[in-house]
Design a binder for this molecule. Structure first.
Ligand code: NCD
Length: 360
């Protein structure tokens, strides 16, 4: 197990000051990109994408190419030895041995942390199932900082699939670290934010309200973060069908909002924002995707320059005979992984996916 590498699995493993230094570097890169054109010459980034991606994968690749480095990897595991049954540990060990930095997206929760346990270079979590997406959060923080001028004292609305939306979970955890933020969570009963995220918000002294409709929430917001209903995370097509068209931000609803509102979306959009909203100056989601490339340039540089201090990956207790009860947790597929938990009273929290298990 390699412990002393600066993997980025959960943004909250690092401090807001460290995030800020990445955002400041991104700002500098945006102002003078050519200064950084050769900063990663001779370095290789490996990208292992076990799940579809457009923006995350291509912005990481463009970021590395713009820094003068090279890229290897796959965007479809069926074209790699994964199709022959290779486990995550072996694929990670080999590709990280060829690379200076490894970017991984995977459909199972906790997969990036599991990969980091056997990696030979730093691993960046580019999305682990419906769990977390820290580099989208860096993108969102940069957008907020550049466009709103602050990360605190914001009322931020999150709308859509708040249960399965990993971008929502990571951003809520990050914004909970700044003073004066308040969250308005807009979803159906079935797609509410997981309890562990709500507990995180409360434990950090921040407040949230839950609403059912966009109309009642939108007049109160500084920021509206729209999200897609995550079809691939539903157990049955019927459950998805029941949720898919509930929310649509259109020009009529935008009339209810403040002139200062900004609308963000990690993209891809399906039907939750009408195309007519794209022409509204408050719609910033395409600009947000562009910020993603610069923040990933800053992140690659920070990781390769050892600017992020290493954190141990597993800090809890290994309990061999307890299995995580989340069927989407990586430990239920990659059986060799140590079962590691944080204990608080009668509750064990899985260190890979944050699932809570009540001890009998
Ligand atoms: C998001 C993701 O993959 O979680 N997309 C992205 O990375 N920009 C959002 C989504 O797929 O809905």
């Amino acid at each position: 197990m390699t412990e002393n590498l600066s993997h980025l699995i959960d943004l909250n493993d690092f401090s807001p000051e460290q995030w800020d230094s990445i955002l400041n570097l991104a700002h500098e890169i945006m102002a003078a990109p050519l200064v950084y054109a050769g900063a990663c010459r001779g370095k290789i980034m490996g990208t292992l994408f076990y799940e579809p991606s457009t923006r995350t994968q291509m912005s990481f690749q463009t970021a590395m190419l713009r820094l003068g480095g090279g890229i290897i990897g796959f965007d479809n595991p069926s074209s790699s030895s994964v199709a022959k049954g290779e486990n995550l540990k072996d694929t990670t060990k080999i590709v990280s041995g060829y690379s200076d930095i490894l970017v991984m997206r995977h459909p199972l929760e906790g997969a990036a942390k599991a990969a980091a346990l056997s990696a030979e270079c730093p691993v960046i979590n580019a999305g682990d199932g419906g769990h977390l997406h820290p580099t989208q959060t860096l993108t969102d923080l940069l957008t907020l900082k550049e466009e709103k001028g602050r990360l605190k004292d914001l009322t931020v609305g999150f709308c859509g699939d708040l249960k399965n939306g990993r971008t929502v979970h990571s951003l809520l955890k990050a914004l909970s670290c700044y003073k004066g933020n308040h969250f308005i969570l807009i979803s159906t009963e079935e797609l509410k934010v997981p309890t562990y995220i709500k507990d995180y918000i409360s434990a950090s002294g921040k407040t949230y309200e839950e609403y059912r409709t966009l109309e009642e929430a939108i007049p109160k917001l500084d920021v509206l973060y729209m999200t897609r209903i995550q079809r691939e995370r539903f157990a049955t097509p019927e459950e998805y069908e029941a949720q898919k068209d509930v929310y649509c931000l259109d020009a009529k609803k935008m009339k209810l909002a403040s002139k200062e509102l900004i609308v963000l979306h990690p993209l891809p959009r399906v039907d939750e924002i009408a195309v007519e909203v794209d022409d509204d100056p408050r719609a910033l989601y395409f600009k947000q995707a562009n910020y993603g490339m610069y923040v990933r340039m800053a992140l690659i540089l920070s990781v390769l320059d050892y600017k992020l201090t290493a954190k141990p990956m597993l800090k809890g207790e290994e309990i061999k005979d307890v299995c995580c009860t989340n069927p989407k947790c990586i430990t239920n597929t990659e059986r060799y992984l140590p079962h590691s938990f944080k204990r608080s009273g009668d509750v064990l929290e899985c260190e890979y996916c944050d699932e809570r298990i009540l001890l009998q």
